[in-house]
Design a protein around this ligand. Sequence first.
Ligand code: DGL
Length: 270
Amino acid sequence: MKYKQNKNAPIGLFDSGVGGLTVLKHLINVLPQENYIYFGDTLRVPYGEKTKEELYTFVTGILDWFKSHNVKIVLMACNTSSAVVLEEVKNNYDFPILGLIEPTAEHIASMDANKIGVIATSATIKSKAYSQQIIKLSPQKKVYEIPCPGLVEIVENDIAHTDHAHEKVFEYINPLIKNQVEKIILGCTHYPYLGDVINKITASPNMLVDPAQYLTEQLVNKLKELNLFNNESNCYRKFYVSTAPDKFVKAGQRFLPDCQKAVLINPIKY
Ligand code: DGL
């Protein structure tokens, strides 16, 4: 597909809620001069408990909305959408659409570590997107995938530092420790909010792999390839959500203090 985007157009990114802000934080560090439009589908969170058909409806509604904002590229700052819907929609728009799984699997395949844990939503684990892509590139690796229902709600409700959060995370991480994994992929963009809790449990701060880093690298390469870096000096970051903007801002600021205001919008007809 030929892309005819404008260098100064925004980069669109979305998630079910505050999770994608962990991706935006990486993007702002590496590409601070870009314009960003962020959509958090707070009305429909958690995506990880939805069917493929529901996710397809949500994601196409969001992509159509980004199209009306003339974005130059869209990032699925959501593993669940990347795992379940990306393949089906990625060639249907006149802008590139990137996801988290492929660049992360490539990175993992090139690492020495052989025992890899993945924590993610039920839908991402059910899709086997991580294990299949990693093993395709590196068949000797062993991938242990753990669905973690409830963690997204903990982050959305801004209770990541409570005993309840610690207990829940322990329940999911303990089987990975028992299997002696060398790396744990944070296969949901909400989980970096729980990074300190996980590090305390594993007692090994270098164990976590955050896919946002590899998606950011892929984005830089894509913008280079298409000659699409923004060349204007004043840039903006806009935040939109489908319900409860104040709750979103409060929880999101834990990770991204730049997120100070969100506008209510519902681009999905459902
Ligand atoms: N943060 C998203 C992900 O990376 C969605 C989580 C959810 O809403 O269940 O999977």
